[in-house]
Design a protein around this ligand. Structure first.
Ligand SMILES: NC(=O)c1ccc[n+]([C@@H]2O[C@H](COP(=O)([O-])OP(=O)(O)OC[C@H]3O[C@@H](n4cnc5c(N)ncnc54)[C@H](OP(=O)(O)O)[C@@H]3O)[C@@H](O)[C@H]2O)c1
Length: 266
C-alpha cells in the first residue's frame, strides 16, 4: 500500500516536473550576494533572459561594477547582518520593483576556525548566524506579502549546503546555520503549500568561489552550480541537490555512518 502510494507520488512528481513550475524568463528576481561566486554566476545566466535582477550586497565597488556590466541589474547596498538595514532596503526594493516573483537567498559567509583555535572570534558567532540564517528568514517574511499579491507563480529559493545535512569538523556555526535554514525552508514550504509561492532549497557541494579559496578539492564551477539551481527551479525540484551533493541522499540510505564520516572531513 505504502509502495503503491509512493509510486503514484513519483509519477505525479515526474509529470509536474516535465511541465516545470516556472520558466526563469521575463521575470524580476531578487538575488542576495549577486556580486560574487554562485550569486554572480546566477546574475550572469539570468540577466540576458529576464526583465530585471535586483542584487543586494555590501561592497559598493562590486555593486557598481555589476551595474555597469548588466543594464537590467539594479543594486542595493545593504548589510544582511543588520535588521534595520534589511527592513529599510527591502521596503525600497518592494516599492521600486513590486513585480519581483523570484527571491534567491544566496548570500552567505563561512568562518573556518574551530572553537579551540586561537583565532576563534566570539563576535563572529552572532554575525554568521544573522547573515546565513536570520537574514533569509527576514527576507522571506518581508517578501511574503508582495509575492502573495502577485497571484501568479512565485518562488523563494534558499541556498544551503550538504553541511546542513551532515556537518564537518570546522565551521560548526556555519553548519548549524545551514541545518537551520534547511529546516526553516521545509516548514515554510508546508505553510505555503496552498499558495502561489513555491519554496525551494538548493543544496550545494563544494563550489570554487571566494568563500572556498585556498581549500577543498574537486570543486565545481559557480557557473555549474548556478545552472543546476536554475534547472532545479524550472523542473520543480523542491530540494535541488547540486553536483556531488546528489550523492548525499543515496549514500545516506546505504550508510548514514559512512556519509557522516565523509562529511566530517569537510
Ligand atoms: N562555495 C561553496 O563551496 C558553497 C558550498 C555550499 C554552500 N554555499 C553557499 O552558497 C552561497 C553563496 O556562496 P559563495 O561561495 O558564492 O560565496 P562568495 O563568493 O563568498 O559570495 C558571497 C556573497 O554574499 C555577499 N555577502 C556576504 N556577507 C554579506 C552581508 N553581511 N550582507 C550582504 N551581503 C553579504 C557578498 O557580498 P559583500 O561581501 O559585498 O557583502 C557576496 O556577494 C552561500 O550561502 C554559501 O553558504 C557555498
Amino acid at each position: 500500500m505504502i509502495f503503491c502510494h509512493l509510486r503514484i507520488h513519483a509519477l505525479i512528481k515526474t509529470h509536474t516536473g516535465s511541465h516545470g513550475y516556472m520558466k526563469l524568463q521575463d521575470k524580476t528576481l531578487l538575488i542576495t550576494g549577486g556580486t560574487s561566486g554562485i550569486g554572480y554566476a546566477l546574475v550572469k545566466k539570468l540577466a540576458a533572459t529576464n526583465k530585471a535582477i535586483i542584487v543586494i550586497a555590501r561592497n559598493p565597488v562590486h555593486l557598481e561594477k555589476l551595474k555597469s556590466q548588466f543594464p537590467n541589474v539594479h543594486t542595493y547596498k545593504c548589510s544582511l547582518a543588520c535588521k534595520m538595514d534589511v527592513e529599510k532596503t527591502l521596503s525600497e526594493i518592494i516599492n521600486a520593483h513590486p513585480d519581483i516573483s523570484v527571491v534567491i537567498n544566496n548570500a552567505g559567509i563561512q568562518e573556518t576556525p574551530t572553537f579551540l583555535d586561537k583565532d576563534f572570534n566570539f563576535d563572529s558567532i552572532e554575525n554568521e548566524i544573522t547573515v546565513n540564517l536570520t537574514a533569509p528568514i527576514w527576507i522571506s517574511a518581508l517578501m511574503l506579502g508582495p509575492l502573495l499579491n502577485l497571484k501568479t507563480p512565485a518562488a523563494i529559493v534558499n541556498v544551503t549546503s550538504g553541511l546542513g545535512l551532515y556537518p564537518k569538523k570546522n565551521s560548526a556555526v556555519y553548519c548549524a546555520t545551514k541545518a537551520g535554514l534547511r529546516n526553516f525552508t521545509k516548514s515554510f514550504r508546508y505553510q505555503l503549500e496552498d499558495t502561489n509561492i513555491k519554496v525551494f532549497e538548493a543544496i550545494m557541494p563544494l563550489v570554487d568561489t571566494p568563500m572556498t579559496q585556498g581549500r577543498g578539492k574537486g570543486k565545481i564551477s559557480p557557473e555549474h552550480a548556478a545552472g543546476s539551481i536554475i534547472d532545479g527551479i524550472e523542473n520543480d525540484d523542491e530540494e535541488i541537490y547540486v553536483g556531488k551533493a546528489k550523492l548525499i541522499p543515496l549514500v545516506s540510505r546505504l550508510s548514514p555512518t559512512l556519509m557522516a564520516k565523509i562529511m566530517k572531513a569537510g
